[in-house]
Ligand binder design. Sequence first.
Ligand code: PGA
Ligand code: ZN
Length: 426
Amino acid sequence: MPETTIAHVRYRTVYDSRGIETLEVDVITEKGFGRAAAPFGAPGSRGEFEAPAYARGGLRESMAILEKTVIPSLIGMDAAEQEKIDDLLQRIDGTPNFEKIGGNTAAVLSTAVGAAAADSLKIPLFKWFRRDEGWTLPYPLGNIIGGGAHSLGPAPDMQEHLIVPIGAKTVRQAIEINLRIHDRVGKLLEKKDPGFAGGTDDENAWAANLNDVEALQIIKEAADRISDEEGVAIGMGLDLAADRFWDPAGGVYRYDREGASRTARQQLDFLGELIVRFNLVYVEDGFNSNDYDSFSLLNRNFGDRCLICADDVYASNHERTKTGIGKGSAGAMIIKPNQVGTITGAKRTVSLARSHGMKIILSHRSGETPDDSIAHLSVAWNALMIKTGVKGGERLAKLNELIRIEQDFEGIRLIEWGTASPVNRA
Ligand code: PGA
Ligand code: ZN
């Protein structure tokens, strides 16, 4: 029997970084072991078009399906046959978007199968996910000030105010710069806001009583200083997660903290102003997930200086990505394996996006565990960035894994930032 034959599959619930129960799976082969645990997006931030996390009846129902149907069919299969196993998961589910067993259920199985195959064959996970050479390390995209669905109390309307050290030479240097900026912003907030008591959001970004422009100003102050000290260029960015504050009935984005509302047209102008004023290199989900056309306008106007990134709008989904590519809606996209359900499904979307010159960003979810598989995927799939927060054990688990890969494999270097090339503009 090959060493990669699946002998057992065990599952349990463990707790994620929000203290919410999540699914963990162990795949045990003749010669190896693979484990994966599911992350979870926040209600109000999870995309409308992503695979539902679990079966309609919730996590318990998914576990019952695992026990009764999925695990018995996996025993005796070859973990090295990732595509065949992912195909089987798709067939057992029987819906296009894992509505029956859930995207989290499929994603942990798919990932644990890959991890078990790599372990059985004694090769690093990233080398298993992509057999031929050409691996690269991604830039860490760091969340510094949070808001939206990831925060409690008065906080910015946009979900994430981000930085990326685009001039860094190594992954370690980039991670250190992000940590320094995070610290520096904490000190600035303490000085400027008498009510600030060091609170953080779901991803350990600072939770501060600011509007979005004020948040960007403080980050800029910190980033300029650290950039001068380190001699490294640092870019700033945003994830608006705009679905959360889009009011379809009123046809406006409601900025409650700021006390403003903006139509799609005004949102386009506002984002353009922010891109110019703060030299933003990255804007994710600037519009609601049904408005491909506004994405396209933003990408057409600013795609040559700023990566316009699709998260909830493409939802890692092949069809939605194809539609977006046809309209030139984005120069970059977020990949979250549990949005689509399997490693093979995510890889298919990545291939499509890359063949149209788009940049890939592997991403965590706001609810996380120390599972570090997205770090390996980011190396395997030449992601330009990995979005996994700055602080907290569950975030650093991924970043520390990149540090190890950088140390252990001399030829694997930080990917070229290049310019935010004007890709995929219709
Ligand atoms: P989520 O947010 O994990 O809560 O969905 C992350 C994101 O929108 O990028
Ligand atoms: Zn997002």
